[in-house]
Design a protein around this ligand. Structure first.
Ligand SMILES: C[S@@+](CC[C@H](N)C(=O)[O-])C[C@H]1O[C@@H](n2cnc3c(N)ncnc32)[C@H](O)[C@@H]1O
Length: 283
């Protein structure tokens, strides 16, 4: 019978994400992810006005975020995550960079991700949904959701050693409503602004191949992002966690899309799809 290690039993999603935020070696990650910070800055530079109030949800260690450049652009930056240690590390990078930076320790699933994991372990399921309250300390001009959607459920389900088919069943049943609710909370925090979803759309690693190469997707994305998104649908995508589709279901308008390569670790690569969604109230 799969079960959680004792130290994970209170909040399995927090424990699983803290473990991942501590792994990987920070110095190596920071240098490997430098091109990712460049790509994200190119996008933020287009959409974050000077003096803006911005939140980054899933800020973690801030290794993939151009924090210092963002701090020089904005008036206030809220770093939001359920991992307090990672937030402390991210905040240290913002020292002397200009903006007023705050760290907010918050589970943006409102405890529901944990409830889903506990129910999956019990062989049941829960109908609990997060509150509709906005995330963070709104209002924001821009909310950046940073590689968060895939991490709401999967890490904790995986660490609980549930069989693969039970994990898939849980993600297919509970992932989409949870993602929709979390994305709705982000739009509620920027009712007249933007939510920028940074999403690990497809991954490549040994034993997890895709029907096309990452290089082909990147080349297609340069010339025709719509065709790249269409082709991505033929790939093996994570279940129940597409934040772009969640924003669209909320009547947000996608005003910009960008793609880049996330060299996560040696032998593990992701195609990132960044979607800039204007909240329904802003158009
Ligand atoms: C893949 S990481 C993003 C990378 C991160 N920006 C960095 O550079 O370290 C996803 C982040 O989402 C956070 N996260 C996962 N579930 C969350 C939740 N329910 N509420 C808040 N943050 C969450 C994790 O703790 C993690 O820091």
């Amino acid at each position: 019978m799969p079960r959680l290690a004792h130290e994970h039993s209170g909040s399995p999603t927090r424990a699983a994400n803290i473990a991942r935020n501590l792994g990987g070696g920070h110095a190596r990650r920071r240098s490997r992810w430098r091109p990712v910070r460049e790509a994200l800055w190119e996008l933020l530079d287009r959409h974050v006005p000077a003096g803006a109030t911005v939140a980054i949800v899933g800020a973690g260690n801030g290794d993939d975020v151009p924090l210092r450049r963002l701090c020089r652009r904005v008036a206030r930056l809220d770093l939001i995550d359920l991992d307090p240690g990672a937030l402390r590390r991210a905040r240290r990078r913002c020292r002397f960079a200009g903006a007023r930076v705050r760290t907010l320790v918050e589970d943006v699933s409102d405890g529901v991700a944990d409830a889903i994991v506990h129910a999956a372990l019990d062989g049941t399921h829960t109908r609990a949904r997060p509150s509709a309250a906005p995330v963070g300390a709104p209002p924001y001009d821009v909310v950046v959701s940073d590689l968060l959607a895939t991490q709401l459920l999967f890490p904790a389900l995986s660490d609980a050693r549930l069989p693969g088919d039970a994990i898939d069943r849980t993600l297919l049943r509970d992932g989409r409503p949870l993602t929709d609710a979390v994305v709705a909370r982000m739009h509620a925090a920027a009712p007249n602004g933007l939510v920028i979803h940074i999403h690990d759309l497809l991954g490549w690693w040994e034993g997890h191949e895709q029907p096309f190469a990452l290089e082909r997707m990147l080349a297609l994305a340069q010339s025709d992002p719509t065709a790249a998104l269409a082709l991505a649908r033929d790939g093996a995508a994570p279940y129940g966690c597409d934040p772009r589709e969640a924003s669209t279901r909320l009547d947000a308008t996608i005003i910009d899309t960008a793609f880049w390569h996330w060299p996560f670790a040696p032998g593990t690569d992701y195609l990132v799809c960044a979607s800039v969604a204007a909240s329904a109230g802003s158009t």
